[in-house]
Design a protein around this ligand. Structure first.
Ligand SMILES: Cc1ncc(COP(=O)(O)O)c(C=O)c1O
Length: 411
C-alpha cells in the first residue's frame, strides 16, 4: 500500500454537505467530536510523487513517452490488445461512439441508471440515447429490455458496468450480432471487474471506456482510457484526440475533425504509479466491502449491493451503494449522517428524469420503474481503500441510528 494517503477533491466534493438545521443536537455534538469520514479518498504516496516529479523535471509534460507506456501497461492489466489514453471517461465515450460510427439521427441503447455522461456522449454526435430498464439485482441494463427497444435507427448498444458490476456481455453480444450493432462498454466504474467466463472487463474486444477521476479505483486526477483490439481504430482515435493530426504530428495539415482529448504525461506518470499498486488497492476495496456487508447485514429493510455471481464473475469495487427501505426519508438520513461527520450521497439519479432529458426528449416518471425505484432509494456510503474497521463500524452504527430516527419521524 502506498506510504501516505491524501484526501482528495473527490472526498471533499463528492457529497454535498447538508445543513445540520433541524437535526438533533446530540448528533451534531457527536459529529463534531469524531473525525469526518469522506465519501472517497485516493491512495497517493511516494511512488506517485516520484513519478510526477520525474516528468516535471524532464520538461516533457505532454505528448511524451509516458502516454504509450501507460497505454501498454493498462492494456496488459485488463487483457486488451490495445489502449488509447484520453483526457476523461467522457471524452473516451465520445470518441468510442464516433469510432463505432454513431452519428446524426442514430439511436444508442443504454441504461438510465448511470452517470449522465454515458447518455450525453450520444447527444454530442446528435444521436439519441434510448433507455431500457435495469435488472433489479445487478442494477445493470437488462439485456431483454434493451433488445426490446432496438429499432431501425439503432446503431450501438452502450451497456454500463454500474458500480463496477460486470454487465451481461454475452447477452448483449447476441443482440448486437442479431441486429448488426456496435458495442461500446462504459467501464468507467469497473476497473478490476471480471466476467463469469473469466474475461476481464475491457478485454472482450469491444471499445470499452475507463475513467480515472479521483474517486475511481485508479486515478490520474482527471483522465480516461479506451481499450480495443484494432490497430487502425487506435490510429484513428489517436488522431481524433489530438486535433485530427496525422501520426507524424504534421502541424500544417489536419486531415479530419479532431478534439483536444489528450492525457498529459504528468497524468500518465501518475497512472503508471497507480498501476504499480492497483492489486493492493483493489483488494483493500474488496476488504472494506466485506466488512460493510457484515456490519450492515442486520439492518432491517436495507438492501446491500448484490454479491458476485456464479463462476468467476467479480465486481471491481468502486462505491458501496445501499438501497434504503421504501418510504424512508433519504434526505433526512443524509442530513443526520452529515451532522455526525459522515458523508453520503443519493447515487445515482435516473438520467431520463433529469430536467435536460425531460425537456429534450419528453421523458416522464413511470417509464423505467425499476430504475426509478432504485434511484429513489440508493445511497452511497463512504468507501475508499484505506477505510479501517473502526470507520466502517461507525458508519454502520450511525446509519442504523439515522434510519431509526427517520422511520420514527415518518411514523
Ligand atoms: C458510469 C460512468 N460513465 C462515465 C463517467 C465519466 O467519466 P469522467 O468523469 O472521467 O469524464 C463516469 C464518471 O464518474 C461514470 O461513473
Amino acid at each position: 500500500m502506498a506510504e501516505r494517503a491524501a484526501t482528495s477533491r473527490a472526498g471533499a466534493d463528492a457529497g454535498s454537505r447538508a445543513s445540520a438545521d433541524g437535526v438533533h443536537r446530540r448528533a451534531a455534538d457527536a459529529g463534531a467530536r469524531a473525525e469526518a469520514i469522506p465519501l472517497a479518498a485516493p491512495v497517493l504516496g511516494a511512488a506517485e510523487e516520484r513519478a510526477v516529479l520525474e516528468v516535471l523535471r524532464s520538461g516533457r509534460l505532454s505528448l511524451g513517452p509516458r502516454v504509450a507506456e501507460f497505454e501498454r501497461e493498462f492494456a496488459t492489466r485488463v487483457g486488451a490488445p490495445l489502449a488509447c489514453a484520453v483526457s476523461s471517461g467522457t471524452a473516451g465515450l465520445h470518441l468510442a461512439l464516433r469510432a463505432a460510427g454513431v452519428g446524426q439521427g442514430d439511436e444508442v441503447v443504454t441504461s438510465p441508471f448511470s452517470f449522465v455522461a454515458s447518455a450525453n456522449a450520444a447527444i454530442y454526435e446528435r444521436a439519441r440515447p434510448v433507455f431500457a430498464d435495469i435488472d433489479p439485482l445487478t442494477l445493470n441494463l437488462d439485456p431483454d429490455a434493451a433488445a426490446a427497444v432496438v429499432g431501425e435507427r439503432t446503431k450501438a448498444l452502450l451497456p454500463v458496468h454500474i458500480f463496477g458490476y460486470p454487465a451481461e456481455m454475452p447477452a448483449f453480444e447476441r443482440v448486437a450480432a442479431r441486429h448488426g450493432l456496435a458495442i461500446v462498454e462504459d467501464a468507467c466504474e469497473a476497473l478490476g471487474a471480471v466476467h463469469a467466463d473469466g474475461v476481464r472487463v475491457g478485454g472482450r474486444g469491444h471499445l470499452a471506456v475507463f475513467g480515472f477521476y479521483a474517486n475511481k479505483q485508479l486515478t490520474t486526477g482527471e483522465g480516461g482510457m479506451i481499450t480495443l483490439d484494432d490497430a487502425d481504430t487506435k490510429a484513428h482515435l489517436e488522431s481524433e484526440r489530438n486535433q485530427g493530426r496525422a501520426p507524424d504530428m504534421d502541424w500544417l495539415d489536419h486531415d479530419r475533425l479532431g478534439f483536444n482529448y489528450r492525457l498529459s504525461d504528468l497524468a500518465c506518470a501518475l497512472g503508471l504509479a497507480q498501476l504499480g499498486h492497483l492489486e493492493e488497492m483493489l483488494a483493500a476495496r474488496r476488504g472494506v466491502a466485506e466488512r460493510y456487508r457484515e456490519a450492515l447485514s442486520e439492518i432491517e429493510g436495507l438492501e446491500l449491493p448484490c454479491p458476485d455471481g456464479a463462476g468467476g464473475q467479480r465486481r471491481g469495487w468502486f462505491v458501496f451503494v445501499v438501497q434504503l427501505p421504501s418510504g424512508c426519508d433519504r434526505d433526512g438520513v443524509v442530513r443526520e449522517l452529515a451532522a455526525r461527520g459522515i458523508q453520503s450521497k443519493p447515487y445515482l439519479p435516473a438520467i431520463h428524469l433529469m430536467s435536460f432529458y425531460r425537456e429534450r426528449f419528453g421523458h416522464r416518471e413511470g417509464e423505467f420503474p425499476v430504475c426509478e425505484d432504485v434511484a429513489a432509494r440508493s445511497l452511497a456510503l463512504p468507501f475508499f481503500p484505506q477505510m479501517n474497521e473502526g470507520q466502517v463500524a461507525r458508519v454502520a452504527q450511525e446509519l442504523r441510528a439515522a434510519l431509526q430516527g427517520s422511520s420514527a419521524g415518518s411514523a
